[in-house]
Design a protein around this ligand. Structure first.
Ligand SMILES: [Zn+2]
Length: 474
């Protein structure tokens, strides 16, 4: 980290300021052992409400939360485009000297194939130190943890420089009608307007029973889609034609599908690969460091494309064919054939220029590039790495996970932070600690989603520490 370079005296000064800063920033003291039962109760109760979308029925989750807030005299408001897909906002007032902090978590979950689950997916079963169930880590852990932070701040009578806004939003997983974050941002933005936001999207890695790294999501790729449409003359299969759309489309799909956009790092991915190199075994570290140089070798890039596809996707705008549609019968030449492509653009990609480039790559007047413009997430600039919130997350990590390396991350998928960032909110994705096998085999959207019980408690404490550092009056 740049600020730890320089003389020993300067280093000591920085360290003592950091220590004093974090001591000041604790807010009211919390006995975390004593909060576990209540936190677990809320987490389990939230999992037990089936809010898989579609249809969602998130209002049932909202009703639960509302009751809990009302019992503690915390005012709430609900905002619903569709009656059963409501969003809930709760607010603790600060003195207004700083702009609010938004604690956000979504209330819907993805559906389940019940027969594939070893336990009841909506049972919130406790087994082997885990809480099992749909939503246990996506996203009812953040929902319960944010709820707990609000309750604790209220009970402790915390004096706040900023309002704490709690948002439970619907329709994160599936929202064709725009009932969730889009509805809140487009129609009720004053209710959630904030300087900073914390929500899902990050995480922490457990190796050999300790947290070794913490990921904070500060940026995400921008989803875009397009179709290649080839047109020609229809006719009988016995009479070959040079303008057969299947032939033209296939050639175009092959060209676009094997085309790679140039590699480009941004502040987030540069910091990410640098930090990752510092905690990786030598061969991996060498490859990550090569990415930071001016021209990484083709060997490094093809190794990543082959073996670390997610890292490869972080390097460039990706273009992936996902659907082919053509043909009506084995003896019929159709007049049209089309292919759909999923594009995940780097946050600073020039989209119109990108589509113009695709047309050049195709290089065939019989095949048109048609952008798909429905349900677009907005383009959003990365959140800052030198903000008060990011520093607070660094301090929370240092206090809770000593020795762990904290790194910013750009996710290849999209989240509700896109809408917030597009409105200028500095949004950061956090998450509970998890082992790699758990993340791979028992992760979000899997048939056996589960969360370490201890990770729920650590997530809440992590969120509390970061929240109090930026919001508690000094
Ligand atoms: Zn989620």
């Amino acid at each position: 980290m740049a600020r730890f370079t320089g003389s020993v005296a300067a280093l000591a000064a920085v360290l003592s300021v950091a220590a004093a800063g974090s001591a000041l920033a604790q807010g009211p003291a919390v006995d975390w052992k004593k909060q576990e039962a209540e936190l677990l109760k809320h987490h389990r109760a939230l999992i037990q409400i089936d809010s898989s979308s579609p249809p969602g029925n998130e209002t049932r989750v909202v009703d639960y939360l509302k009751k809990v807030f009302e019992a503690e005299a915390i005012p709430t408001e609900t905002f619903a485009l569709k009656p059963m897909r409501a969003n809930l906002v709760a607010r603790l007032k600060g003195n207004g000297s700083k702009r609010p902090l938004l604690l956000m978590a979504h209330t819907d979950v993805v559906g389940v194939q019940k027969e594939k689950w070893p336990v009841d997916p909506f049972g919130a079963v406790l087994k082997d130190g885990y809480i099992w169930g749909r939503g246990s880590r996506d996203d009812k852990d953040k929902l319960a943890s944010n709820l707990m932070v609000m309750l604790l701040a209220k009970r402790a009578g915390a004096r706040l420089d900023r309002d704490l806004i709690f948002l439970a939003e619907s329709g994160e997983e599936a929202d064709p009608e725009g009932v969730g974050i889009s509805y809140m941002v487009n129609h009720h933005f004053p209710a959630i307007d904030a300087e900073f936001a914390l929500t899902e999207g990050g995480g922490a890695l457990i190796e050999n029973n300790r947290v070794t790294s913490v990921k904070i999501q500060t940026s995400e790729k921008v989803p875009r889609r397009f179709r290649l449409v080839a047109t020609g003359t229809s006719g009988h299969g016995s009479v070959p034609r040079l303008d057969n759309p299947l032939t033209h489309l296939s050639a175009a799909v092959a060209k676009v599908g094997s085309f790679t956009m140039p590699m480009r790092l941004n502040e987030t991915t540069r910091a990410y690969f640098g930090k990752l190199a510092s905690i990786s075994p030598p061969d991996k570290a060498q490859r990550y460091r090569a990415l930071l140089g001016s021209e990484p070798s083709g060997d490094v890039l093809s190794y990543l494309a082959q073996n670390e596809p997610e890292h490869n996707s972080m390097l460039r705008t990706s273009v992936v064919p996902t659907i082919l549609k053509a043909g009506v019968g084995p003896n019929v030449i159709p007049s049209q054939a089309e292919a759909t492509f999923d594009v995940r653009a780097l946050p600073d990609e020039d989209i119109p220029q990108f589509f113009a480039q695709m047309t050049r790559v195709v290089g065939d007047p019989a095949v048109k590039v048609e952008p798909i413009t429905t349900n677009l997430r907005p383009v959003s600039a990365p959140s800052k790495l030198d903000s008060e919130m990011y520093r607070a997350l660094e301090h929370a990590s240092a206090a809770l996970y000593p020795g762990a390396v904290l790194m910013p991350a750009m996710s290849t998928g999209a989240t509700d932070m896109a809408q917030l960032r597009a409105k200028g909110i500095q949004a950061y994705g956090i998450g509970p600690p998890s082992t790699q096998p758990d993340t791979i085999n028992y992760g979000a959207h899997s048939d056996v989603e589960r969360l370490l019980e201890s990770s729920l408690y650590r997530l809440a404490e992590f969120t509390w520490r970061a929240t109090m550092e930026v919001a508690a009056s000094k």
